[in-house]
Design a protein around this ligand. Sequence first.
Ligand code: SF4
Length: 359
Amino acid sequence: MFKPKKIYIDVEVENASFTETILNNLAGVPIEFIDDPRLATDEILSKPDPIGQGKKHLLITSYKGRMLKPCPGTPKVICCHYQILSPVIGCPLDCTYCALQMYFNNPLITMYANINDLMREMDERLQRKSGWPLRIGTGELTDSLELDHITEMSRLFIPYFSKKSNVLFELKTKSNQINNLLDLNHGGKTVVAWSVNPQTIIDKEEMGCASLEERLQAARQCQEAGYKLAFHFDPIIYSPDWEEGYESVVESLFEYIDPQNIVWISLGTFRYPPSLKPIIRERCPRSKIIDEEFIPGQDGKMRYLKPIRVGMYSKVLSQIRSHNRNVFIYLCMESTDVWRKVFGWTPKNTADLARMFRT
Ligand code: SF4
């Protein structure tokens, strides 16, 4: 389990109850109190491989802005109205393709201890009605569960959301850290989701993450505890044997999991902003993921050529459909044209897709 080398604590939050929880779970780790978070970031940025160093150091501070924000999505594609909750930013795992590596100004794993502000913000947001179920997740700027033995966030959020209506709370992970979840009253409002990839891709591109088998075993335990489950085939990564690789992931998934408990599966092929390329080259020289042919999309992100993407989506879709005809499957950040080629239909727009998710 992850343990940082050092904890920097902003004196503004040294007495916060969340700070106390973190310190109780990290007894023995060296601590430095600071009166400005920039002192911590400057120190880490001055080291060689600040991104790698940031993954080993923790900063506890407060966040002055909104911690619940709509997913920025990407222009000219169908998005799904996801809401991102970010009391933690940064991740000790080390995926070669992780977009968080571009957050140069603060590479530390950062936890915001002003949780009362966050809970107030959520109360306000949940009072506003929308025409579709609100989906809120913590797994966009960190891994939702890899740090849960330190933060115990699941113990705060899962009971909170269990009493709310027209909302689904998603924990998205590549870990198998589910111990805090199993005895909680979730009320069917929490979806525990795993990103999945063939083990050969995990070995090369998802350093420190749980193996596919460990992820599926953890998913089965959550299934037994009555949780709804989701799976993200994202990023789907091209390799000469991608077809067999993803077929074996689908096979394993349905060996472990009853499809009736799966609320959604997303598919998204590998995409990246051009500024990530030199970082991958420098930090992960053995990775081959950026050696394929890519074209810039209308949002500026680099993607595999459209026929390759359509071919990969169609194949994974038919592999899933050969096991189950009903599970809800959607594409992440793709154009209506690609939707139509893969499914034969397309949501009219982002709101239309958001309405298809069921609580
Ligand atoms: S698990 Fe997610 S957040 Fe963590 S390094 Fe991998 S892609 Fe980034």
